[in-house]
Design a protein around this ligand. Structure first.
Ligand code: FES
Length: 157
């Protein structure tokens, strides 16, 4: 990260602390604001937030890990999520997962090198009788097959 980027994040976090305060309840709104602006919460930002709020960086990281809308790494332009819950597993989720990983050459939990697609697992989407279920950005797809999943993914730009 370049020095001017670090300075800009330090300033940004200072302003957020002025708005939200210095106690623990400020942590989540500050993380959300940094995530929205930078599309991730870098190691540097995590350290700075911890310093400003006088908490441990581990605590900051554990909150980021808990919420799926927060990420320590920049995500791709598109998010592809596959349900990992039991009904979708029984309906063939692992075949869909393997096909997507093979097609994109990345594993779930990772982002493609061109930052086009981030793959994530998610919990039950309420479509258990129509599994395997897949979410691409805000659209839910059901009764996925490896072939259908590849077709949907290949249309993402
Ligand atoms: S188990 Fe996958 S949508 Fe419910």
């Amino acid at each position: 990260m370049l020095l001017y980027e670090q300075n800009s994040i330090v300033e940004e976090i200072s302003e957020l602390v002025t708005i939200h305060g210095k106690d623990r309840s400020a942590l989540l709104p500050i993380l959300q604001a940094i995530q929205m602006k930078y599309n991730c919460i870098s190691d540097f930002a995590q350290q700075e937030i911890a310093r400003k709020l006088s908490i441990s960086p581990v605590e900051v990281y554990s909150v980021i890990s808990f919420y799926s809308f927060l990420s320590p790494e920049a995500e791709g332009r598109n998010k592809v999520q596959v349900c990992t819950t039991i009904s979708c597993e029984l309906a063939g989720r692992s075949h869909v997962v393997r096909a997507i990983e093979r097609e994109l050459n990345v594993k779930f939990g990772e982002t493609t090198k061109d930052r086009r697609i981030t793959l994530e697992y998610t919990n039950c989407l309420g479509m258990c009788d129509q599994g395997p279920a897949l979410v691409v950005n805000d659209d839910v797809y059901t009764r996925m097959t490896p072939e259908k999943a590849i077709e949907i993914i290949s249309e993402l730009r």
